[in-house]
Write a protein that binds this ligand. Structure first.
Ligand code: HDE
Length: 697
C-alpha cells in the first residue's frame, strides 16, 4: 500500500505498469517516463516549452470539446437490437421488414430538446427518441420524439421556435425551460402550435423514465413494396413497461437531487440486466384514406387517432448494452432523417423535407467534416462501396487506381484492375415516383388550417387528474410570463380548446375577466370523439415491474418486514433500495447491520416510485424531528405515492402531518410477508391519485 500511494514524486510513479501493454505513450506512441511533472529548468522552473510530452497532453485537452447539438444537446445513448416479429412484404421491400426473427443491431439516443448538455433531465420538455438501425441495406434512422405531433408545420419556422424556447439572448437564461415570455410570445402568435401545447402541458413532458415513454416518428412516411406499390405509414414505439410520468413538484425536486435521474435510471436498469423493450407499431393507410381523413396527413401538427387507424405491432426493440464511451458513442452519433433504406421513403410533409436538409448540415459542423460515417457509431454494419474520398480524418481510403465512374477498368487491358462498385437498379434505392405539379409559391396549404380540433380532442381524452395537471402546468408557465398581453393571448387560444380549461388558467393567473378568443380560428372547429390512447393514466401498466421501492429503515426496524418488502419487490420485477439515517446502514431487530444504498438526504422519496418506512419504537421517535425524514414522508404523501409503514413510525408521520390523513394509499405492513406482497401489488397502480382529488376539494 505504502509503495502504491507514495506521492513524493508528484504522483508520477504511484502506479507502476504491470507489463509492456500498460506503458503510457504519447499519441505518437512514444513511451512516457513521467506525465505528472512538466520539464523545467531546475525543480522551481521556469517550465520549458521544449517539453513535447506536456505540450501534446495540453494541446489535446484544449481541443476536447466539439459544439453541442443546437437542439437535443442533452442525451443518453444505449445499444440494443430490433427483432422483426411480423414480416410486412405487402407494404415494404426493406430487408428489415422481411426477415422475421433476425436481430438488427441498433443504437438509441434519448434526449431533451431545449436544455444544454449539462441541464437537468427532468426539465419540462419534449424527449427525443432517435434510433439507428444498422440494417443489411444500410442505416435506417428513425429520428422521433415522445410526442407524436410538433409545434410547427413548416421547417422554416424552426430557428424561430428554438430561439424563442432557449435562453433569451441578452440575459442567457432561463435554462431548459419554456416558462418565460419569449417562448409563450412565439407560441401565442403561432396557432398551429396549439395541439402540441396540449401535449407539452401534459405529464408527457415530465416522464418518470425513458423506459416508460412512447416514441413516434411523427411524420407520415411511405412504405414501398417489391412491386413499387406505396402505402403511407406512421411509426410508433410502445413501451413494454407502460407509460408513467412524475408530478411537477416532484420533477422540480428531482432536478435538484439528481440532475442525471433519467440517464442513471437507464444505466442502472441495463446494468442490472433489466432490459427495456418497446414494440414497433405501424399505422398503415393509403391515398384513399388520406383523401378522406379530416386533416392533412402531411401536417405534422396532427395525429391519426389509433382508434381510426389501429397500430399494428411488427417487432420489438430491446436495449441491452450501455455505451463503453459516452463521447465516442452518445456524443458522436449522427442521426439523420434522410437515412432511409430501399422500401421506406419520404412524404411531402414540409417539416420532414426541411429536416432532411438540416441534420446533415449541422453534423458537418458538429463532427468537423464529411467523414463522420467512418466513426464506428455511425458506420453502417453492411458493406460500403463508393467513390467518395479524402476530406478531414478520412479513415477508409480505397486502394487501387479507380476512383470514378463510369470507368472501363476491369475490361480489356485493365482486366486485372478492380473497376469498383456499380449501381444496381434492382437492389438499389428507388424513390417512389410520386406525381408532382403546381406553381412555385410560399403559401401554407389551406388543408393545414384547423389548429384547435385535435387540441381539444387531446384535452377531453385525459382523465380528470391529467386535466388538472395540464391546467396547473399552463398556470405555472404563464405565471412566469411577465407581459400581460401574452398571458391573455394564450388564454384567448385556450378558449377555442376548452372553456373550462381557459377559465381555470385565467383564475390561476389572476385574470379577473376572460380575454376574448383570439381571432385565429380560420376553419370551423370540429368536435372529435375522445381517443383513450392519448391518456397516460388510461394506459398505465398496472404492475410495479421495472419500478423502484425506497425502504427507509432506522435502528430496531423489524428485520422480517424489511426483508419481506425486499423480496416482494424482487418477485414483482422491481428494484428496492435501502435508505437509512447513515449510509453505513442501521441495526435491525435481529441485531444485524443492514447496509444502506443511500443516506436519507441523498435518497429522498422523490427518486422512488413508492416508499416504505420501517423503524423501531425508539427510532420512530428519534427521527420525528429530523427534517430530511419529515420531507421523505411529506413528499411521498404530496406526490400521491403508495406508502408502507409500521405503527412505530407514528411520531414521525404525525410531525410530517400525514398520520391522521392516512388513506387507502397507506398500507400497514407490520404483519410481514403477505402484507408486503399485497402492498407491492397495490403499488402496481403506481400512484394513489384519489389523494390529489381529495386535496383539491
Ligand atoms: Fe430535429 N434536429 N429538427 N426534430 N431532432 C436535430 O440534428 C430539426 C424535429 C430530433 O439524438 C438536429 O444532429 C429541424 C422533429 C431528435 O442526436 C438538427 C426541425 C422531430 C434529435 C435538427 C426539427 C425531431 C434532433 C440537432 C424542423 C421529431 C436528436 C443535432 C423541421 C420527429 C438526435 C442534430 C440525436 C436533432 C433539426 C424538428 C427530432 C438541428 C430543422 C419534428 C430526436 O438538425
Amino acid at each position: 500500500m505504502a509503495d502504491l500511494f507514495d506521492l513524493s514524486d508528484g504522483g508520477a510513479n504511484h502506479q507502476k505498469p504491470q507489463d509492456d501493454d500498460h506503458v503510457m505513450t504519447t499519441a505518437q506512441g512514444h513511451p512516457v517516463a513521467d506525465d505528472q511533472n512538466w520539464l523545467s529548468a531546475g525543480p522551481r522552473g521556469p517550465q520549458l516549452l521544449e517539453d513535447q510530452i506536456a505540450r501534446e497532453k495540453i494541446f489535446h485537452f484544449d481541443h476536447e470539446r466539439i459544439p453541442e447539438r443546437v437542439v437535443h444537446a442533452r442525451g443518453y445513448g444505449v445499444h440494443g437490437h430490433f427483432e422483426l416479429k411480423k414480416a410486412i412484404p405487402q407494404y415494404s421491400r426493406a430487408a428489415i421488414f422481411n426477415q422475421e426473427g433476425v436481430k438488427v443491431p441498433t443504437f438509441t439516443r434519448f434526449s431533451t430538446v431545449a436544455g444544454n448538455k449539462g441541464s437537468p433531465d427532468l426539465a419540462r420538455d419534449v424527449r427525443g427518441f432517435a434510433t439507428k438501425f444498422y440494417t443489411s441495406e444500410g442505416n435506417w434512422d428513425l429520428v422521433g420524439n415522445n410526442i407524436p405531433v410538433f409545434f410547427i408545420q413548416d421547417a422554416i419556422k424552426f430557428p424561430d421556435l428554438i430561439h424563442a424556447a432557449k435562453p433569451a439572448p441578452d440575459r442567457g437564461f432561463p435554462q431548459a425551460q419554456t416558462a418565460h415570455d419569449n417562448f409563450w410570445d412565439f407560441i401565442s402568435l403561432s396557432p398551429e402550435a396549439m395541439n402540441m401545447v396540449m401535449w407539452i402541458m401534459s405529464d408527457r413532458t415530465i416522464p418518470r423514465s425513458f423506459r416508460f415513454m412512447e416514441g413516434f416518428g411523427v411524420h407520415t412516411f411511405r412504405l414501398v413494396n417489391a412491386e413499387g406499390k406505396a402505402h403511407f405509414v406512421k411509426f410508433h414505439w410502445k413501451p413494454a413497461l407502460g407509460l408513467q410520468s412524475v408530478v411537477w413538484n416532484e420533477a422540480l425536486k428531482v432536478n435538484g437531487m439528481d440532475p442525471d435521474f433519467h440517464r442513471r435510471d437507464m444505466w442502472d436498469a441495463i446494468d442490472a440486466g433489466d432490459y427495456p423493450q418497446w414494440d414497433l407499431g405501424i399505422q398503415v393507410f393509403d391515398e384513399e384514406f388520406a383523401e378522406k381523413f379530416e386533416f392533412d396527413v402531411l401536417d405534422a401538427t396532427k395525429i391519426i387517432p389509433e382508434e381510426q387507424v389501429p397500430v399494428e405491432i411488427i417487432g420489438t426493440l430491446t436495449l441491452d448494452a450501455n455505451v463503453d464511451n459516452f463521447f465516442a458513442e452518445t456524443e458522436q452519433v449522427a442521426f439523420c432523417t434522410q437515412n432511409i433504406v430501399p422500401g421506406i421513403d419520404h412524404s411531402d410533409d414540409p417539416l420532414l423535407q426541411g429536416r432532411n436538409f438540416s441534420y446533415l448540415d449541422t453534423q458537418l459542423k458538429r463532427l468537423g467534416g464529411p467523414n463522420f460515417t467512418h466513426l464506428p457509431i455511425n458506420a453502417p454494419k453492411c458493406p460500403v462501396r463508393h467513390f467518395q474520398q479524402d476530406g478531414h480524418m478520412a479513415m477508409h481510403n480505397p486502394k487501387g487506381r479507380v476512383n470514378y465512374e463510369p470507368n472501363s477498368w476491369g475490361s480489356g487491358d485493365g482486366a486485372d484492375v478492380d473497376p469498383g462498385p456499380r449501381a444496381s437498379a434492382e437492389r438499389g434505392f428507388q424513390s417512389y415516383p410520386a406525381e408532382i405539379s403546381g406553381a412555385k409559391v410560399r403559401e401554407r396549404s389551406p388543408t393545414f388550417a384547423d389548429h384547435y380540433s385535435q387540441a381539444r380532442q387531446f384535452y377531453i381524452s385525459q382523465t380528470p387528474v391529467e386535466q388538472t395537471h395540464m391546467g396547473n402546468a399552463l398556470t405555472f408557465e404563464l405565471s412566469k410570463v411577465q407581459r400581460m398581453d401574452i398571458r391573455k393571448r394564450m388564454v384567448g387560444h385556450l378558449r377555442h380548446i376548452d372553456e373550462g380549461l381557459a377559465q381555470d388558467v385565467a383564475d390561476g393567473i389572476g385574470l379577473t375577466e376572460l380575454p376574448d378568443k383570439v381571432p385565429f380560428a380560420r376553419k370551423p372547429i370540429t368536435d372529435l370523439p375522445e381517443s383513450p390512447a392519448l391518456s397516460i393514466l388510461k394506459n398505465g401498466p398496472d404492475s410495479f415491474k421495472g419500478r423502484k421501492l425506497g425502504i427507509y429503515i432506522a435502528e430496531g426496524a423489524d428485520a422480517g418486514v424489511v426483508k419481506a418488502l425486499q423480496q416482494a419487490a424482487k418477485d414483482a420485477g422491481a428494484m428496492a433500495e435501502i435508505i437509512a439515517p447513515h449510509v453505513a446502514g442501521a441495526k435491525l431487530s435481529d441485531g444485524k447491520l443492514m447496509e444502506a444504498d443511500e443516506k436519507i438526504d441523498g435518497g429522498p422519496s422523490v427518486v422512488y416510485d413508492a416508499v416504505a418506512v420501517v423503524m423501531g419504537e425508539e427510532s420512530g421517535k428519534r427521527y420525528a424531528e429530523d427534517k430530511p425524514s419529515i420531507d421523505f414522508v411529506n413528499d411521498a404523501f404530496a406526490h400521491a405515492k403508495f406508502v408502507a409503514y409500521v405503527p412505530a413510525v407514528q411520531p414521525l408521520f404525525e410531525n410530517a402531518g400525514v398520520w391522521s390523513r392516512r388513506d387507502d394509499g397507506f398500507v400497514d405492513v407490520s404483519s410481514g410477508k403477505d402484507a408486503a406482497a399485497s402492498f407491492i401489488e397495490t403499488c402496481g397502480k403506481l400512484r394513489f391519485w384519489d389523494r390529489e382529488s381529495v386535496k383539491q376539494d
